[in-house]
Design a protein around this ligand. Structure first.
Ligand SMILES: C[S@@+](CC[C@H](N)C(=O)[O-])C[C@H]1O[C@@H](n2cnc3c(N)ncnc32)[C@H](O)[C@@H]1O
Length: 294
């Protein structure tokens, strides 16, 4: 099956071809072909991405060519580039990712910016809770940009936490970020309060057709959907936030582009004040925040 896929997806390529022809004959778009070929050049020849231009007449050795064919085939079959490369850039850091975690999305950087703005207004030693941390994207980018903040990051998935801990070690942030396993606030070992609660939790409804399309087919369903209306996880996190926030503390939550009104309504019902909506770079309502009363 894998072999057949390789034959079908790379019909115009041979090991003797120079890099520029591998790109132009590839079944993928030129930009995706360049990303994968840059990875091969780095791994097999320790060459930078610029070698795609400066050495475009070079051809790959047998081993590198076979790996190139395999990467192209995986992408042709739909596997996300981030899983193929095993990494993804997010905010100011690079994260290791794999099939056990959601691939961090650029729109989630909005949540990080909101939390960093809040931290800048607070006493320097702020305490932050990241619920459903996945690869650690939100917690680790906050920790990296705000060295005096301390963070607790939780997830239900042991596989996600293993990847998040690996990323924490690689980024040398073990002193700042601590991980706990369990469902939302139940993961906390003691009654604790925070300056900020932040979360990008599953918010896709279980019947949404996007779950069976594109990159989402390869990501863990438990990271994407609440297996219900899409609002189930948001309801729990918002309803219990008051108990875990310091007076005046902020909760900021990512949601679907059509869930803004519902999420802001949940915040008001939970007694939170100063409820606000934020637009992402695509101009879609993507985050809501509220505060515990002083
Ligand atoms: C949308 S992903 C977000 C991952 C990461 N925060 C990010 O933005 O890239 C949601 C995460 O919530 C976790 N999760 C799902 N249900 C959970 C629960 N009941 N308690 C804690 N975490 C949960 C999933 O394992 C997944 O890692």
């Amino acid at each position: 099956m894998q072999h057949l896929a390789i034959i079908n997806s790379t019909p115009g390529m041979s090991a003797s071809q120079p890099l520029r022809e591998l790109i132009s004959n590839c079944a993928l778009s030129a930009s995706e072909a360049r990303i994968l070929l840059a990875h091969i050049l780095q791994k097999h020849y320790q060459l930078p991405r610029s070698a795609l231009l400066s050495r475009d007449d070079m051809s790959l050795n047998e081993q590198a060519f076979l790996e190139w064919e395999s990467l192209v085939s995986r992408r042709v079959l739909g596997e996300p580039i981030a899983y193929i490369l095993g990494k993804k850039s997010f905010h100011n850091i690079e994260l290791q990712v794999g099939p056990g975690v959601l691939i961090p999305r650029p729109e989630t950087e909005l949540l990080v910016e909101i939390v960093l703005t809040e931290i800048a207004k607070l006493d320097k030693h702020s305490r932050i809770l990241d619920l459903g941390t996945g690869s650690g994207a939100i917690a680790l980018s906050i920790a990296s940009a705000a060295p005096l903040a301390s963070l607790i990051a939780t997830d239900q998935s042991a596989e996600a936490l293993a990847i998040a801990k690996q990323n924490t070690q690689t980024l040398n942030l073990l002193d700042q970020v601590h991980f706990l396993q369990g469902s939302w606030y139940a993961a906390l070992t003691e009654q604790d309060t925070f300056d900020v609660i932040v979360s990008n939790q599953p918010y896709i409804a279980h019947q949404d057709p996007h779950l069976t399309q594109g990159d989402l087919r390869f990501e863990p369903a438990s990271a994407l959907t609440d297996y219900g209306s899409g609002l189930g996880c948001l309801e729990i996190i918002i309803a219990e936030a008051d108990q875990y926030l310091k007076p005046g503390g902020l909760i900021a939550i990512e949601h679907g582009f059509d869930q803004s009104e519902a999420v802001m309504g949940l915040m008001k019902v939970a007694g939170l004040v100063d409820v606000q909506a934020y637009l992402d770079l695509a101009g879609l309502h993507r985050v809501a925040s509220g505060r515990k009363r002083l």
